[in-house]
Design a protein around this ligand. Structure first.
Ligand SMILES: [Fe+2]
Length: 246
């Protein structure tokens, strides 16, 4: 059964934007939005006029309108959340590649355990990438397009060293996962400020997963006796925290 906005002629043709300005015939995606939003009369925070019609972009005040007619978030809010998510996405890709690199390059008597652990961690990190990018698209933003854009955006440092001591690999990944948790908390704070509950809910799961990875890297590293098992002898985080993530 078609939504009411699609089955009646009233929603097709001329519509009204959020400010009552006559707008051209709405695209199909806006009509689908109308089925969800019509009849409300709810007031959007960015527009003084009650919202009664499909979320059409208005030539009189385009900045105040929902992003691309696919979300009730204003375009300004969608822009801020998209930027925060794309920064996180770049960090996730950087952490994923380093985790896989150390999975491949691990050596020594504990190779089997760490090789398998880092494979599991890599899978978990990679699984975040698609939902992060699709959240950006769901609120009308644009996603990262290339390895080059990831390199320009990431805050997690690469490790291009020819050789890395095997005992330094879990310590570095522990630091990177700690930094990733901080980045996620920052994005969560942004989402909280804009009442973006869906993105915040996803982040809460990913923060828990990232803290679990950090826990395993921390305890595994200490438990190996590499530093005589004394946790307070673990090397401190050596990579400066990027501005805004401290
Ligand atoms: Fe593998």
């Amino acid at each position: 059964m078609l939504p009411a906005a699609l089955s009646t002629g009233s929603a097709v043709g001329i519509g009204y934007g959020l400010c009552g300005v006559r707008s051209p015939a709405p695209p199909a995606i806006a009509l689908l939005g109308a089925a969800r939003d019509a009849g409300g009369g709810t007031r959007r925070p960015s527009c003084p006029t009650p919202f009664r019609q499909p979320a059409l972009r208005c030539p009189a005040c385009p900045g105040a309108h929902p992003a691309a007619g696919i979300t009730d978030l204003s375009s300004d809010v969608a822009r801020d959340i998209s930027a925060a998510l794309n920064g996180l996405l770049a960090d996730v890709f950087a952490t994923y590649l380093k985790t896989k690199d150390f999975h491949w390059r691990m050596t020594g008597p504990h190779f089997p355990d760490y090789h398998l652990l880092l494979d599991e961690h890599g899978d978990q990190i990679y699984a975040m990438t698609d939902p992060v990018a699709e959240r950006v698209r769901k609120i009308g933003g644009t996603t990262l397009r290339s390895i080059g854009q990831i390199a320009r955006t990431q805050r997690i440092a690469d490790n291009d060293a020819e050789y890395v001591e095997p005992q330094d690999m879990p310590a570095e990944l522990r630091d990177d996962n700690l930094r990733l948790t901080s980045a996620m908390r920052e994005v969560h704070n942004t989402c909280d400020g804009y009442h973006d509950l869906a993105t915040a809910s996803l982040l809460e799961v990913w923060i828990d997963e990232t803290e679990r990875r950090t826990w395993f890297l921390y305890e595994g590293y200490a438990g190996r006796g590499v530093r005589t098992g004394a946790r307070d002898l673990l090397p401190p985080c050596r990579i400066p925290m990027p501005a805004g993530l401290a």
